[in-house]
Design a protein around this ligand. Structure first.
Ligand SMILES: Cc1cc2nc3c(=O)[nH]c(=O)nc-3n(C[C@H](O)[C@H](O)[C@H](O)COP(=O)(O)OP(=O)(O)OC[C@H]3O[C@@H](n4cnc5c(N)ncnc54)[C@H](O)[C@@H]3O)c2cc1C
Length: 478
């Protein structure tokens, strides 16, 4: 159903944003496309007399009969005014050929026609949206939003922290079932571990919560409401991980793998189905080989540990990865992480020479045995979809003996908006890949007299420019 501005499109789009939150059945999806149409009839291609307006097109798919859909729409989205003649029952495969503006095709054969005469109207790329600097007025709107968010976040956090100590037990509705489940799983792991049994924590273990929360960086997920694993396993040998993979599969348990625990969504330590958590905190060996410019790094090592061990062996070798030393190499490299040397050396994943993973069958694979396709996928595509990463072999990069670093913070009152605006386009002016300037934006309290009460606090935006230059001071000033 298409509606123009004159047909109340704004009201409909506004309502559409919240329709899904009002408990509509999972069988219903309403997609929205917004475009420009010409509603004048007499322009003959000249553009004269044309009347351009916005048109919102709502494409509804309902996995069920029309009568039921009309009932739902009448209750949840009456403003759209859907009637019997606005919807058509069809087979699922037919519906797929109706999408993507090819509704005029009456046959599903179009699905096989790769070179169809579809109107080729796409002319935007994602990156188009960031090539032009955000205007100052846009930046000012963003600042307001950040300050507003920081206030509500402070309130939320104080509500969460007192709950940290609360215990959340598994399957309390059926303790005997949970015990049997634990027992069978443990027996399986014991029989598959060649070495010794891995260190394992169940929710009743005294240190279960402290181990679980040890590397949770998103405090939202320390709340009792966050689903907890049935087991936390902290292996120190590959065969123990293999045993957990094999037994989780056998007992229908999901595995989450945690290296540094910095996942913004907490995907390394929470799930909505029964799961075990493999925490690689003991998998942190780093073996640096300066002679061939490489290092083998186990997945649970942090970036800080990697940098430290490289520097121990050589002051003119480095590795181009993230700025935060507590991030884990398992998630960081496999997810496309990068740091301040990105302009010179690209991403961390660009410097992976080899890897060791355990796949779902419990097989240990390296670059040669996994093949180049899988090796390509785990360098940026997230290794979790393919197995448990055990270790990376990384290439070290040359760095000067002394480099230049600067951190400068400016508040709004110190012209931060102007600086951020200029910063967006400044890299076009640099000729040197040796220079990177990273920007972090945050909220600071510039008043001195609030005594921690928040009363009379003066919150403002602060932009922090961190500059890294791989060269000497005299070149930097040029
Ligand atoms: C404070 C902070 C600073 C950051 N700084 C930077 C930065 O400077 N540059 C940058 O690019 N990014 C940065 N990030 C983002 C960070 O790189 C990603 O969140 C990254 O995925 C974290 O990796 P991790 O191992 O610490 O996280 P985890 O939470 O352990 O894992 C992240 C994801 O990878 C999976 N995973 C982890 N290890 C394995 C494994 N061994 N096998 C299979 N799957 C695994 C997890 O299941 C999860 O899905 C930062 C994040 C935070 C919180």
């Amino acid at each position: 159903m298409a509606k123009t501005l004159e047909q109340d499109a704004t009201k409909l789009v506004h309502k559409w944003q919240s329709v899904a939150s009002y408990g509509v059945p999972d069988e219903l999806s309403i997609a929205l496309h917004v475009g420009v149409v010409d509603t004048g009839n007499n322009n003959n291609g000249t553009g004269i007399g044309s009347r351009r307006t916005i048109q919102a097109t709502f494409t509804t798919l309902f996995l069920g009969p029309a009568a039921q859909l009309l009932q739902v729409m009448e209750k949840k989205f009456p403003e759209l005014g859907m009637k019997q003649e606005d919807c058509k029952e069809m087979r699922w495969v037919e519906s797929t050929s109706k999408n993507c503006r090819i509704s005029r095709w009456n046959t599903v054969d179009i699905l096989l026609n790769r070179w169809s005469s579809l109107p080729k109207t796409t002319f935007k790329a994602k990156s188009d949206f960031v090539t032009r600097p955000i205007p100052k007025v846009g930046l000012e709107g963003i600042w307001k939003r950040i300050v507003y968010q920081s206030r509500s976040r402070a309130r939320r956090r104080s509500a969460i922290i007192p709950e940290l100590a609360a215990r959340h037990c598994i399957d309390s509705s059926s303790p005997s079932k949970a015990l049997a489940q634990q027992h069978n799983f443990l027996q399986c792991v014991a029989s598959h571990s060649n070495q010794s049994m891995p260190q394992l924590y169940v929710p009743k273990s005294p240190s279960f919560l402290s181990v679980l929360q040890s590397s949770i960086y998103n405090l939202r997920f320390t709340s009792p409401a966050t689903p907890k694993p049935l087991f936390i396993i902290t292996p120190n040998h590959e065969s123990q991980i293999r045993a957990v993979v094999v037994c989780s599969k056998k007992h229908g348990l999901k595995i989450t793998v945690r290296s540094g625990g910095h996942d913004f969504e907490g995907l390394s330590y929470r799930a909505n189905v029964p799961f075990v958590l493999i925490d690689l905190v003991n998998f942190r060996t780093i073996d640096v080989n300066i002679k061939d410019n490489s290092a083998w790094v186990q997945a649970g090592a942090t970036l800080g540990e990697v940098y430290y061990r490289i520097a121990e062996k050589s002051p003119v070798h480095g590795f181009p990865a993230g700025a935060c030393p507590t991030v884990g190499v398992g998630g960081h490299i496999s997810g496309g992480g990068f740091g301040l040397m990105v302009r010179k050396y690209g991403m961390a994943a660009d410097h992976v020479l080899d890897a060791r993973i355990i796949n779902v069958k419990g097989e240990i694979l390296d670059r040669k045995t996994m093949g180049e396709d899988l090796f390509w996928a785990i360098r940026g595509g997230g290794v979790t979809s393919f197995g448990v990463l055990l270790a990376w072999k990384i290439r070290l990069v040359p760095v000067p003996l002394l480099i230049l670093v600067s951190t400068m913070a400016k508040t709004l009152e110190q012209d931060a908006t102007k600086l951020v605006h200029k910063w967006q386009s400044s890299c076009k002016l640099w000729r040197s890949d040796e220079l990177s300037i990273a920007l972090h934006i945050g909220v600071v309290d510039t008043s001195n007299n609030n005594n921690g009460t928040g009363i009379r606090s003066r919150r403002t935006i602060q932009a922090t420019f961190t500059t890294l230059f791989l060269g000497p001071l005299r070149n930097f000033y040029k």
